[in-house]
Design a binder for this molecule. Sequence first.
Ligand code: ZN
Length: 690
Amino acid sequence: MDFFFEVLKNRTGFSRIGRINLLGSQKPIKTPTLVIPFNQVLMDFFDFIESFGNHKIFLISEPKYLRTQVLDGTFKASGFVYTHYGTLQKFKQILTERKEIIVDHDVIPIIPFNIPTTSINLTFAKAEIKHHLQEVEKIIEEHPKINFGFSVKLFEYFELVDLYIPLLQNHKNIKLINFLDSFNNLNYYRNIIDLIIKIKRELDSNHVLMISGNITSKYCPLLVYLGFDLINVSYLPYLATENFYDTIEALLPTYKIKYLPCNCFACQGKLKDLLQEKYSSEKMVLLSYHNLITAKNYMDKTVQYLHTEDFRTFVEKNSLNDLNFSSLLKIMDKEYYEFVKFYSQLNQKNKTIESIAASSYYRPDFQYFRTNLVKNYNPEYWTRLILLLPCSAKKPYSQSHSHQKFYKAIRAFHEFPAFQEIILTSPLGAIPRQLENIYPANCYDISVTGYWDSEEIQIASDMLGDLLKKYDSDIPIICHLEGGYKEIAKKTEKQIGNKFYFTDIDEQITSPMSLNNLEQLIKEHKDDYNPPQHQPKTSPLTQTWIRKLSKIVDYEYGKGFGDKLVEHGIRYKENRLHTKMFFFDENSNEKVGTLRYATGKLRLTINGVEKIAFDESFTNYVIFDGNTIRGNTLFRPGIKDIPPTLLPNQNICIFDKNKENVVAMGDMIVSSKFIYNSTSGRIVKLYETK
Ligand SMILES: [Zn+2]
């Protein structure tokens, strides 16, 4: 596969930012984007050209536009796909007649699949598809130089996608897959997710995914979330002829429209006067234009959020516009996370992540945080007491007023380094103090009312239980909690053997009396449990930031690697702007890593990773097919081998081809699953090379 299309970045869910390099436009086309239909009526409407003249991709369905004056004239900057709404026979004929212009201008012909009936039974659908595929295969083989788009029609029998897969696998000149009718009935949300996963599992990762069918503006955020690169909105002009006015929430029949909630040329101009006229052709044009502008504006907003904001929150808000959207999102979160995580962005920088409602509880980055934390968390063997504390609005928690006050009570004890603090919060769960600086614990925000719903309590209590089960059941647990936080601890108490002690809260959790009660309770129980092994007095692990480093390394690279790194003797220093913490090898003074507060992510240096990467159980690596690496991106052909577990945004080291030396450090752009199904594309963004 050549560089027809490349994925540049993953975003949340299946969403991605990509680039189509060969579509006849002056510059590569950034995706996701809309595909805007091109027809006589719109072409004659001056405002359409004015508003869409420099749009990135058009769909041509009339062969008369397949000429240089159009493709290289007015619309020189744009790319084109071509399809035909009639028979396959006619499409073939046009293809042969216009072959030269299609090749010269890199137009992508999308092989149509039109049959006049819409509802057919399974046997007939199967026969139709088989017959169609035979015809299509001939066309593709006849024109090896043309890059094709390929239409998948399923007639609501989602299992029929299996008939298409071999053809898609066998023909490298199919670059784009166009789903014709898969979204027309959203009640089938499970089938829709299964379909997308099947495509990702079985086909080359570098196909452009396009969606057509009954798509209105409100679909844009969700379709982008599902990983579609191109959204064909040809349905919108058709809806105009049926007297529908599109908005980003719903489709409204024109007879209801009184207030024209839009400022486009049509709505500001004559559309209002024409709305009640049933058969006005001018109204159809204005309405078509309005519907397309609505989609364009909403898509622009979607792409803006995709690039610069927390896109997941945007999708959650949008999902309220359709019950099926909410169901789809919920099912995808709860039942498909183990697959989604291989395509979803799991770390973001400089963002406040707003957890707006129950729809946020299981977002992929939150689930990754919870499961990965529990999996890799290794208790400090010298722990003698566990303290449960409530979260704070300010992040990291330790900088908040409330936590500063807790610290005064807790740090009064010289045994403090042997206390394990765990902070309870919604919807993330239970966070050991050492991990308060990592994403998303460093940047999430919730509306704090003191009321917790049962799902939030369950999530936090489960995670707390999972963490506490890692400790000796004789270690006492002191809870400085109230309200919903206390409920979490009470619920967990029932599942595990440890003794729980609750401080008396006097008015407020931070009141002098409450804090005094906390101090007393610690005093009473700090010697209840005597760990079999004490921490050596000189151990660097008595220092808060070294304790943090060790646990962060475990979280990012796997259980046990933190202590292995810290064993070497580490010192640390914050930068002047208080935005980063640097870690150094105490003996050699070489830098071993940097934690950037904005990303909540630790980046080890080559020097740092060399201390842990040669261990057999280390899996954050890529084996490079060579010895020296140049530039700042590692591409697919440069990869010799990878473990199957790599995820987007993961920090990894790059070994030379014999796995003898670390030659670079970087962040994964894609995952192992993506790499297995790809022969080209960007794989790792490098931040250090040897
Ligand atoms: Zn309008």
